[in-house]
Ligand binder design. Structure first.
Ligand SMILES: *[C@@H]1O[C@H](CO)[C@@H](O)[C@H](O)[C@H]1NC(C)=O
Ligand SMILES: *[C@@H]1O[C@H](CO)[C@@H](O)[C@H](O)[C@H]1NC(C)=O
Ligand SMILES: *[C@@H]1O[C@H](CO)[C@@H](O)[C@H](O)[C@H]1NC(C)=O
Length: 473
């Protein structure tokens, strides 16, 4: 008992000393053998008794994966997923890492741990995994939403995105926002409804693969139908936040009830049960099967077809190319979304979305399925290769070249979203293939045999094999 009291006293004195001044040789000692928080001045330089570590990194045990011994400039994708101890080695570049470190990051980001020799310097960060975003959980198990914006990707200034899921019957609360909202349904189906400034109304049912668009200020809601729904939202403002939308619950909670009563010509008591806080994502009464029951019209009628807020993109067949398929939706077919142009791209295993850039817009990309990698090249000589998984956001600034290579064994599916009146790109292959051969030969020193093989048509997606990069001929 006595010793405990002394110990507490000693600790208090010791802590007081640590807090109020640097300990000296005469510091009050703990009554135990516990050393003080700081060492002594004797540890400053010129040590006479250097105790060198006997550990050696040469003992690190590892096995190199396929391609890891190749010249670093070849830069084949290194599959570290099943590597016990992936190492930062490419050809004769790099060295071992004994750890400890988080091997989970290294196994799925081999192009970060052992970058191709062609990577150089520091580009912007062109990747955000939604798995690192804090999920906003809806009430009563109704769903969730997680977002990417400039808080986490400071250079992705033109667009931000949200991945949201609503369980069967759940709502994304009635709301509007300052930005435009473009959406791709990723799974399941939902009913959307809105009203525009002319008093024209809109209601429609959408399913996996369909898109919708709501202009700034147009109030709308989303309700999951029977199977529930997951959708991707893209906003034309990189700093957009789902936390800052104008919600029906909040606009009612933050106006005087006397004003609400006067405005809607209702007794004050009508507002006794309005929500005191946001609902955001919450369970609802299932939507009636017959959409006509929810087709509310005003004297202005319905939103005209050429200004429809939905486009049944799921029913558009994909355009097939050698390495996969592409589908484009832009204002040419979906006019209300006047600043959104998008392509849903499917790349077969071994295939690659060819090296290209978008002359009129930054690109915001969302990876839906499969595995891929991309190299962002920034003038004059900076490049970073990123490895992407489902749920990852990619971002490629205007006119910055990039490709997306399928690095897995299944189809890679992603959506490229632009802020543009039309979906356009310039392809490296077509550029070089349609430039006079003499100019190409003088500049790039390609052999005569290679010049003859160059293609003057845009490929969108090229075929290939995982191992060699190019398909065997
Ligand atoms: C939709 O979700 C279901 C249930 O999780 C899943 O089986 C199905 O593969 C998903 N469809 C797509 C296109 O992701
Ligand atoms: C809603 O009713 C209008 C006629 O009032 C009709 O033109 C429109 O197609 C209906 N919408 C739906 C989704 O059925
Ligand atoms: C739809 O058509 C009307 C009438 O022709 C036109 O005024 C309007 O600009 C069109 N809307 C869009 C988005 O093209």
């Amino acid at each position: 008992m006595k010793s405990t009291v002394f110990r507490i006293l000693g600790l208090a004195l010791f802590l007081g000393c640590a807090v109020y001044g640097a300990p000296t040789h005469n510091s009050v000692r703990d009554t135990t053998d516990n050393p003080p928080l700081r060492g002594s001045e004797d540890l400053l330089g010129y040590s006479s008794s250097n105790k060198l570590s006997e550990h050696s990194t040469e003992e690190v045990k590892y096995t190199l994966v396929t391609g890891q011994k190749e010249d670093a400039d070849i830069g084949t994708y290194l599959d570290f997923e099943t590597a016990d101890n992936p190492q930062p080695i490419r050809g004769d570049m790099g060295g071992t890492d004994a750890g400890p470190r988080n091997y989970n990051y290294d196994r799925i980001n081999s192009d970060k741990l052992a970058p191709p020799g062609s990577d150089k310097g520091q580009t912007i960060n062109a990747q955000w995994p939604m798995g690192l975003s804090r999920n906003k959980l809806g009430m009563d198990s109704a769903g969730w939403a997680r977002q990417e914006n400039t808080v986490v990707m400071p250079d992705a200034t033109k667009m931000a995105g949200v991945d949201m899921r609503l369980e069967a019957g759940a709502y994304r609360e009635l709301h509007w926002h300052v930005a435009s909202e473009w959406s791709l349904v990723l799974n399941g189906s939902c009913r959307i409804q809105a009203i525009n400034e002319n008093g024209e109304t809109f209601v429609d049912d959408l399913t996996e693969g369909d898109v919708w668009f709501f202009p700034p200020g147009v109030p709308h809601s989303i309700q999951a139908l029977d199977p529930g729904v997951e959708f991707l939202l893209v906003f034309d403002d990189g700093s957009f936040s789902e936390d800052n939308t104008f919600l029906a619950s909040q606009v009612f909670a933050h106006n005087p009830r006397s004003v609400l009563s006067k405005n809607l010509d209702l007794p004050l008591s009508a507002f006794d049960n309005i929500p005191s806080d946001e609902l955001y994502i919450f369970p609802g009464t299932p939507a009636p099967k017959d959409i006509e029951e929810q087709n509310v019209t005003t004297a202005a009628g319905v939103v005209p077809l050429n200004e429809s807020y939905s486009y049944h993109f799921s029913e558009q067949p994909a355009h097939e190319v050698a390495g996969g398929s592409v589908k484009i939706v832009d204002p040419a077919t979906f006019p209300i979304a006047a600043n959104f142009a998008a392509a849903v791209v499917t790349v077969k295993p071994g295939g690659m979305r060819e090296i290209h850039w978008h002359p009129s817009s930054d690109e915001w990309t969302f990876f839906i399925r499969g595995k891929g990698r991309a190299t962002l090249f920034e003038a004059p000589s900076t490049a970073t290769t990123f490895d992407y998984r489902p749920g990852d956001v990619g971002y490629f600034p205007q006119s910055h070249s990039h490709y997306v290579e399928n690095t897995g064994d299944e189809d890679l599916v992603f959506v490229e979203v632009l802020q543009a009146e039309a979906f356009t790109d310039i392809a490296l292959g077509q550029w070089i293939g349609s430039t006079p051969k003499q100019i190409v030969a003088d500049t790039l020193k390609l052999p005569e045999s290679a010049l003859a093989e160059l293609k003057s048509e845009k490929q969108y997606i090229v075929a290939g094999s995982k191992e060699t990069g190019a398909e065997e001929r």
